[in-house]
Design a protein around this ligand. Structure first.
Ligand SMILES: Nc1ncnc2c1ncn2[C@@H]1O[C@H](COP(=O)(O)OP(=O)(O)O)[C@@H](O)[C@H]1O
Ligand SMILES: [Mg+2]
Length: 259
């Protein structure tokens, strides 16, 4: 065991005969906030799936929270909150918003599983953070894509995971929910938890990030934000990169094709 929170060593992933991640190596040594950026199709979602044990590397090793995601996937997923990128999700059984959030909590428990008053309180609080407190009894399948997404974020937060994986959630949130989520992530960080945030915009998460990984099938850069976010290191990944100085802050506009 590496003693790191996340340790990826020379991992490569192939999908349909295409190598979508090649020779990925990085270590997140302490509980922290890792931001993963990269152009569309650069393998960000694939990397999250690799960390969760949903995909297996054909080469290399992956360790998350001291576990091998492929051998201890069940155990690992109890410790992890994951908000996937997919826009619209439909449950076969009509579930209400409150039930969707509580289901996340329930699935993380050992047998015999039951919901406590505290669980319900945590679920309500998480939904309130996402501006969804009035929709507790609404049917999940009838919500808009954005509301579904906020429900799924609340579900991941409510179970108080040791590791939270967020796949491009910020763009789907309104300004107020973005602010609330950022405050929550700050509390997460203070409580020594780890968050992996995949985004293709650096703002507004950049201030929170402890480490940045720039991905484009391979690891283009990895390290402390202001070391990584230099134009020289980003230019090869984002040919349309522009840098602006505004009110004493430097803003990098990544400008990939779909941004
Ligand atoms: N199930 C799949 N089968 C084959 N190729 C896939 C599959 N899922 C993703 N890919 C390909 O893998 C690459 C990386 O995808 P992805 O991880 O979704 O990138 P990102 O999240 O950075 O946009 C893309 O070229 C994509 O087309
Ligand atoms: Mg993706």
């Amino acid at each position: 065991m590496s003693g790191s929170i996340i340790s990826v060593r020379n991992a490569s992933v192939r999908l349909n005969d295409h190598t979508v991640l090649e020779d990925i190596s990085f270590d997140l040594e302490r509980p922290s906030i890792l931001m993963v950026v990269g152009p569309n199709g650069s393998g960000k979602t694939t990397l999250l799936k690799l960390l969760l044990g949903i995909l297996k590397p054909f080469k290399g090793t992956v360790e998350v929270l001291g576990l091998n995601p492929f051998e201890d996937g069940k155990k690992l997923r109890r410790l992890v909150g994951y908000v996937p990128q997919k826009d619209k999700i439909s449950y076969e059984t009509p579930l209400k918003v409150g039930e969707v959030v509580l289901m996340g909590t329930l699935l993380k428990k050992a047998f015999p599983r039951s919901i406590s008053k505290e669980d319900i309180e945590a679920a309500r609080k998480a939904l309130a953070y996402m501006g969804m407190e009035n929709l507790w009894r609404s049917f999940f399948n009838e919500l808009s894509g954005g509301q579904q997404r906020r429900t799924l974020i609340a579900r991941a937060l409510a179970s108080d995971p040791a590791l939270l994986l967020l796949d491009e959630v910020f763009a789907s949130l309104d300004f107020e929910s973005q602010g609330n989520l950022l405050s929550l992530l700050r509390i997460f960080k203070e409580n020594r938890k780890t968050v992996v945030i995949v985004e293709h915009e650096l703002d507004p998460i950049i201030d929170l990030a402890d480490k940045i990984l720039v991905l484009n099938r391979k690891v283009c850069a990895y390290g402390d934000p202001w070391d990584v976010l230099s134009e020289e290191r980003l230019k090869p990944v984002y040919p349309c990169l522009r840098s602006l100085e505004k009110e004493g802050r430097r803003i990098l506009i990544l400008g990939d094709k779909h941004a």
